[in-house]
Ligand binder design. Sequence first.
Ligand code: GLU
Length: 550
Amino acid sequence: MDNKKLAELLFAHITKSGEDFIIKYPKRNLPEGAKVTRFAPSPTGFLHIGGLFAAFVSERAARKTDGVFFLRIEDTDKKREVENGVTGIVQGLQNFGIRIDEGMLTETESLGDYGPYTQSQRKEIYQTFCKELVEKGYAYPCFCTAEELDEIRKKQEENKLNPGYYGEFAKCRDLTYEEIEEKVKAGMPYVLRLKSPGSPDARIKFCDEIKGEIEMPENIQDIVLLKTDGIPTYHFAHAIDDHIMGTTDVIRGDEWISSAPIHLQLFDILGFEKPRFAHISPIMKEDEETGGKRKLSKRKDPEAAVTYYHEVGYPKEAVLEYLLTIANSNYEEWRMANPDADSDDFDFKLSNMSKAGALFDLMKLNDISKNYISTLTKEDVYERTLDWAEAFCPEFANLLKEKKDYAVRIFGIERGNEKPRKDIAKWQDTVSYTKYFFEVPTQYEWPENLSNADMTEILNTYKDVYSKDETAEEWFPKVRDMAESLGYAKAPKMYKKDPDSFKGHVGDVASVIRVAVTGRKNTPDLYEIINTLGYDEFLARIDKAIELLK
Ligand code: GLU
């Protein structure tokens, strides 16, 4: 077979050589050891938390080494594409502070010298390299129809053989030039297949940066390089793009491990230096139904979508901090030893990532987030709540703007002190958190151990006991004295020792006041709440509660 002639027959329109592209996209001028990494999603508009995780880890690896992180859009599967699918992904990354050095920025704009960064615009590049593979005898056209491929599959099933297009089943491998020419001229559709040089007994080894040494059978499949429409498969596009774009570390989901032998073979026959590979295990979740673990699912788990975190208002700092804790198990310990350090100072390592799949835990994220929010100033909490509310809860945003000073004061309660309160996990929580400040309660969680008459007595007495100008230090002793005068124990311990001698204890008394003012059993510091509400509002609420207890 005259391979050159065949290449010309199939790719007459290709006039460039692979070398032209190698020259056009020279090696980047980066410091020694710099990593070039990428995130390469399909433009489905949907960013899975696992995708954000992969992007985050890839960006970290680049940042740590003064390298480059780029975004490539893999739109070779038109079925998965949605309108504005790139924007959704770019937004998702941006919302979580992931910075793209190169690649797609919007549906049409990009940054960087290694583009186009959208695969559908790289046809000429792929086809140029395909032409060269045909010339070298590493690729051939295959005219098999779906029915023929089906027959092959059935035969393999009957004989318990591995599925696929290989060896004796690779029917089109041995077509003559004349046969091919006739079919091409007759306009028969064809795919371009790899003529795999692999042998069934050979094995390959490679060192995955996360999973360690991996050994697998060599690839023997004549996989499809170009589909009938001239668009490459993932495998081929990956080899070409990651080489031409200078990726040094391919960090991707571990569903691609099984195809790694194909990819390594492609790098070899193309004469490309192989990148390092790091395959990330999927993020897992405890399955409530089975008690086992399963992948976080787009269908079943709202928290699988990155938009979820944005919509409910988790601060990006908290989400990233959480991702670091699941990325490197030694991160938490480091954080404990360095509470105020920038997380960039942490020595993040791919090799410290979980081989089995990190377990996702919303409770843990909540804790991290509460902790983070507790360190913000009241002004920051106000501004960030407002930003969130403007996007997702406009009525609340209006209220915050109308009553700015009041809102800032509310957010200042038990904040800025040594042990700030940790009860806001996400901005959405602030709606309920601040509700009783803006509205008189409509529901009351009254303590169950006191009668209405007892509670009314407490409230009536407290109206007289409380004075406008008392200090935080004076406040509680006054409540305690009042409790004692009404027949309650001064301390819970006292009550426990001798319950028959008291109506209850000081905690119950404070609870009645708290519920009357806020409707709730659990709130931040009551003294601060009363002060923030103001004396008149306090009195009005006590009076309303007394009315309701009648
Ligand atoms: N488009 C591929 C995916 O979304 C990219 C895998 C890779 O990072 O190479 O799974």
